[in-house]
Design a protein around this ligand. Structure first.
Ligand code: ADP
Length: 243
């Protein structure tokens, strides 16, 4: 099997109830290696919940997740080694600096001193963090906090990236940088990203999965969705999505 065809994310009949409320219902899809896939839907559709299920932060009510062939229910630690996750509310560790937080996370991930040095240099440059490297994370702007979150997700060089609104809060220059980075990462990694910006889907993603009311309503290659106005129309048709 060539790397491009290897399944890296597999969600099978995933459901998640919060009490009696079904936030995610019977969601199934797979994403192969080297694909950037958009995960779209209106607010409250179930995107973040699905991402938390995929990363093992939440356990499903029913159904299963495999990451790089590893069953999340039985091999959570091994599966999480393969995943970089940018949660919707950005990075934790507000009282630390990017340098200390990334060093701490690198230790927790079992990276050697040499690996930490290399990877911290890489993410500092790639996520353009040098100027805030020794500043307190809690005092950083939304854009910088978002980039610290990206750095945390990339630190251990995972094969699978699950990015919950990676471009939210970025200014136009930062947007260009992060979008270029996502395209570059997609050459070798599997990326599932949620966004509200349809233009981003058109420019970055080979595939679109649309979720509404906890259920998948569309799963197609982006090129089959047509140009941006057609993409927008399709969303309006399938959901109450407003651009
Ligand atoms: P999205 O990311 O698409 O905006 P979410 O996955 O955050 O959607 O939420 C899906 C639904 O589940 C929403 O109706 C939301 O209010 C509800 N929900 C999310 N988290 C919780 C929670 N911890 N407890 C109860 N309901 C929740």
């Amino acid at each position: 099997m060539t790397p491009e065809h290897q399944t890296m994310i597999s969600a099978k009949d995933l459901s998640k109830y919060y009490g009696s409320f079904p936030a995610v219902r019977d969601v199934s899809f797979t994403v192969p290696q080297c694909q950037v896939c958009a995960f779209l839907g209106p607010n409250g559709a179930g995107k973040s919940t699905t991402m938390k299920l995929l990363t093992g932060f939440l356990a499903p009510t029913s159904g299963s997740v495999e990451i790089a062939g590893i069953d999340m229910a039985h091999g959570r630690l091994r599966a999480s080694e393969r995943i970089g996750y940018l949660p919707e509310n950005g990075p934790l560790y507000d009282e630390m600096t990017p340098r200390s937080a990334l060093n701490y996370l690198g230790c927790a991930r079992g990276l050697s001193l040499e690996q930490r040095k290399n990877r911290m240099n890489y993410v500092a440059q790639t996520c353009a963090l040098e100027e805030v490297w020794n500043k307190t994370i809690g005092k950083l702007s939304k854009g910088f906090r978002q980039r610290v979150g990206m750095a945390q997700a990339l630190l251990h060089d995972p094969d699978v990236l699950i990015l919950d609104e990676p471009t939210s809060g970025l200014d136009p220059n930062q947007l260009v940088g992060i979008r270029e980075l996502i395209i570059e990462l997609g050459q070798t990694k599997t990326v599932l990203l949620s966004t509200h910006v349809l233009q981003e889907v058109e420019n970055l993603c080979q595939r679109v999965i649309l979720i509404d009311d906890g259920q998948i309503v569309c799963d197609r290659p982006t090129k089959e969705m047509g140009d941006l106005p057609s993409l927008e129309n399709e969303f309006h048709k399938l959901t109450n999505f407003t651009v």
